[in-house]
Design a protein around this ligand. Sequence first.
Ligand SMILES: [Zn+2]
Length: 263
Amino acid sequence: MMDHATSVGNLLLTALPPADLALLAPHLRKVVIERDSVLVRAGDRIEHLFFPLSGAIAAITELPNGQTVATAIIGHEGAVGLTSSLGAPASPATAVVRISGTALQISRAQFLAAQHRSPAIASMVQVFMMSLLIQLQQVAACNALHSVEARLARTLLHLHDRANGGDALPLTQETLSELLGVRRTTVTHVVSTLRASRALKSHRRGQLEIDRPRLEALACECYKVMRREIDRIVSRGATGLVHGAPARGTFPLPSSRRAGTSS
Ligand SMILES: [Zn+2]
């Protein structure tokens, strides 16, 4: 159980030189991240960091009146909890798994210990923070300026990128309401609009089946801007900010267990 090798599928970790990755590897534990599980709640102390290998996690901001909106979607190009390495241990957002997958989990204390010994790991944190900043700025502009239809299309494309094959996304109308920060009645209206233009094929039993080309035609430019900019920053970080050859590989990890609490 301890000896099967798993490839490093997280882009931030893959960018690390082998010696720096070796500082983290003994403390990384592969976990299953299941849909609807909450990895950390806003305001709670971050105890663990998660580097997704697959799946997607929504960073949700909740207002005092209970309204919520997704401010970022994080997949294998990022990490959850990395803001705590800047010094503030409280999570700025609630992290909810929206597409199931797997992640490498490490305790905050063990990550910080490695970060203090490794300029490459510190650079990796900077790379992620820059990509997160780009995403937060674009989402802020999009939420203020673009239609709910375009925002829904953008969000679905982002999640579809991280879904493990297939065009059916496990999203209920309640989930869409939480992600978009709009009422359920608005979601119903927007979903029917997208169905009329055949960008959505069906919405049954919490499965939303998309037509990706049609959805791309309806999405605002924010989707492509974010995709391009985040990919550019993360891939440049892999070759520029850190030195040495990228990690090639594989390292032994224990078998998976579940992460987070049920939402
Ligand atoms: Zn937009």
